[in-house]
Design a protein. Structure first.
Length: 355
């Protein structure tokens, strides 16, 4: 038997009556609702203001019901309605961002996965402690600008979409940086970015065993980031700067990628280390997570970030990816979440996947 998470007192209901899968109407909601429907669950979309029309265009990704709030931050005042619907909330990137990490963690509604992970992932310092103590390679970090010996990226804490990040090609150009808030100075890793979509099940048997469960690789993408991804057209960062444009990393979309097959053992090793350490530190991650890293020309995968929930890059693979096709047919991340809830209910082990 695995580790019991700390479920809210009302979660026993989920075992007694069929739960409803609920999430915010944004980000990766279409595949979450589609996955719920495919696995026989009812679904509920939480929206802000009028019911969003775009679902009418996607009948298979439309939730069965909606709960409309004036502002997403009002959700804590509507938890009774969620509990009456026997809801399990599925967190995605925008969900946690719109509600706020603290409010989200405190919601007295059952949540898929271990909500303790949010405290470790939303703080760049704690995240580094977690990953480094797991033995994962990360970009070097410079506490003092005088230590800088190559290109660096300066990142603000909690910066959304890389807004305001600063690139410097050496210690001299770093002097131009004027901080406007808490930030970290990191080695700028030269290489190719990969965003690796994992799913960790603490209850599923077989496959690639980690802890008491198994680790699945369901897809991979690369993010299109404006305006830095267009930089090659201008030749060099200086050209962009001469034009008075600061490089930014605001995500505008995603493209599918696959990794050289010989590099798969390395990314599985990284995923397994992150899960194993999470079990020791806070009872373990459950469900989707994304390892975001850069493969250098020496073929070393350096991890600059981890997202411990479903990422929007999985939207590429609603009918499967080159990897998930080899796990089960038609397997999206949204559907995988619904399958996990179904299995946990059947085994009487919801306490290991819901908190
Ligand atoms: P983050 O907020 O850490 O996810 O970073 C946003 C974007 O900045 C990433 O998607 C990368 O394109 C880029 N980036 C972040 N850290 C590094 C790094 N150490 N070296 C090179 N690029 C980075």
């Amino acid at each position: 038997m695995g580790i019991e998470l700390s479920p809210p007192s009302n979660y026993q209901r989920l075992a007694d009556a069929p739960p409803t899968i609920a999430t915010l109407c944004s980000h990766s909601s279409l595949q979450i609702f589609h996955g719920a429907r495919t696995e026989g669950f009812q679904s509920l979309g939480i929206c802000q203001g009028p019911l969003p029309r775009f679902y009418e265009a996607f009948p298979l990704g439309r939730p069965d019901r909606f709960l409309s709030v004036d502002r997403y931050s009002d959700l804590p005042g509507r938890v009774d309605e969620l509990n009456r619907a026997n809801a399990i909330l599925v967190p995605h990137g925008s969900f946690v961002e719109y509600i706020g990490p603290e409010k989200f963690q405190a919601l007295p509604v059952p949540v898929f996965g271990n909500r303790a992970v949010i405290g470790w992932e939303s703080d760049r310092e704690k995240e580094r402690v977690w990953l480094e103590s797991a033995g994962v390679r990360m970009p070097e970090r410079f506490v003092d600008p005088s230590e800088v010996d190559g290109p660096v990226i300066v990142k603000y804490y909690g910066a959304k979409g890389g807004k305001g990040f600063f690139l410097a090609k050496n210690r001299e150009s770093l002097r131009e940086f004027r901080a406007t808030g808490p930030h970290v100075i990191q080695e700028y890793v030269l290489g190719t970015r990969y965003y690796v979509h994992f799913f960790y099940s603490p209850i599923s048997q077989g496959g690639y065993r980690v802890g008491h469960g198994s680790l699945e690789l369901l897809g991979m993408d690369r993010r299109d980031e404006a305006n830095i991804d267009e930089l090659y057209k201008l030749g060099a960062q200086e050209e962009l700067l001469k034009a008075g444009i600061r490089p930014t990393f605001v995500v505008t979309g995603n493209v599918p990628v696959v990794l050289r097959e010989s590099l798969l053992p390395q990314v599985f090793d990284v995923g397994a280390r992150i899960v194993t350490r999470s079990i020791e530190l806070f009872g373990g991650m459950v469900g989707p997570f994304c390892v975001e890293g850069i493969m250098t020309e020496e073929l070393v995968f350096k991890v600059f970030e981890i997202s411990s929930r479903i990422v929007a890059g999985t939207n590429l693979f609603i009918s499967g990816s080159s990897y998930s096709d080899l796990v089960r047919p038609d397997l999206s991340m949204g559907r995988r979440i619904a399958q996990e809830l179904k299995l946990a209910r059947e085994l009487g082990r919801l306490g290991e996947v819901v908190s």
